[in-house]
Design a protein around this ligand. Sequence first.
Ligand SMILES: [Zn+2]
Length: 466
Amino acid sequence: MTTIPEVLVISSRNVILPGFEQPQAATIRVDVHTGIIVDILQQYLRDEPSGHHHLKTRWINAGDQFVLPGLVDTHVHLQEPGQTDWEGFWTGTRAAISGGVTTLVDMPLDCLPPTTTVANLQMKKEAAEGQCWSDIAFWGGIIPGNQAELKPMADGGVKGFKCFLIDTGTDEFPWVSESELRTHMEELKDTPTVLLFHAELENPSLTGCHPQKYGDPTVYQTYLDSRPEEMEVAAISMIVRLQQEYPSLHCHIAHLSASTALPLIQTAKRRGSKLTVETCPHYLSLSATPRFNRHPEFKCSPPIREDQNREKLWDALIDGTIDCVASDHSPCALELKKLEEGDIMGAMGGIHGLGLGLSLLWTEGKKRGVSLAQIVRWTSEKTAQLAGLSASKGGIKVGLDGDLVIWDPNAEFEVSKKDLHFKNKLSPYEGMGLRGVVHQTFLRGRLVYDRKQNGFDGLEPVGNLL
Ligand SMILES: [Zn+2]
């Protein structure tokens, strides 16, 4: 097909619509020029209604296959500009759409320069231009002394700001102390934005992450001992305390791993704090076992903990203590993983997993009675809200963008390198049997991924900077 259709119509017996726990029969119409959903008929149509044939319509009868809204992944490290041997906009966004993720929000660190000034934000935007297969937005960064850049960066489009309470391992993105953080919170308190925390605090009274104190660097438990749950608990206590000083400011805890922090979060939420919490597919689908030994691909911070912890995270997600799930796709060049040495303590951390999240959550969620509607809320609706994108993303609704995913919930596959579309093809999920496959992904009504056509053949990147 050479001409781009003017209208996309997808009909299915199983559409995940906002407000419904069960999949609904529906026919969705998208105006491809504006990219917006213009009509939803709550009825399954086998054939294209006559009278519409004169329009250049792409008609898709999805039958029993499911139709979901595109996912919004608010935690990815695309590393570009500056560190494109780790990841890049082209490969990262392709990995996203192969897994039904149609919007990414990029983290401000691991790229060079980091997104901590207006000028650096501009460089980000220029680097992304023309390369994105998904839509993309940016988080800004908070580092000591950059408070004067925050409001101009918010005006320049960043959706919120990420800070670290512990050493990031990179010189360009230092962590902030409590007093420095107060300066930034003071600056942002009247701005409608969100402050995201890497919530681990190195407390001198704890053992802390001093590898030399520990045992065998190839044993996973050594790493686990170096980043105990108390570090997350200490950070989150500080955040909820600061939030009482700045109640107007929305705070968000990125990648929660420690279930022992859940009571603190529940108390803060009951008090009415503007606090949201995210966890990640790796904390929900993996748990620490001796098979992690000598396998640095399982290393991330905070670490993946034991099985009991994982079950508590699932419970907290289901009861709403945890609001959403994002990938924290945080890749690096393979040589930094020290795979041959199996040196977990010496390896660069970060999970490579963008594109597999939906299948991971569905496979593991199903065992715990979770519905696709719940997964969509955690990965699309809530994450769109977090990034202030609810006016265009996060659900199948008239007026929102026509970001749609055709999904077979029953298809099974074993994860292998051919399923990894990101740059550095290594993942802790390789060899895992998963359920649920994306057949096609549409971005604002345009086909951007088609599994049958080798994924991307004959298609082009049409992602926007949001
Ligand atoms: Zn991250």
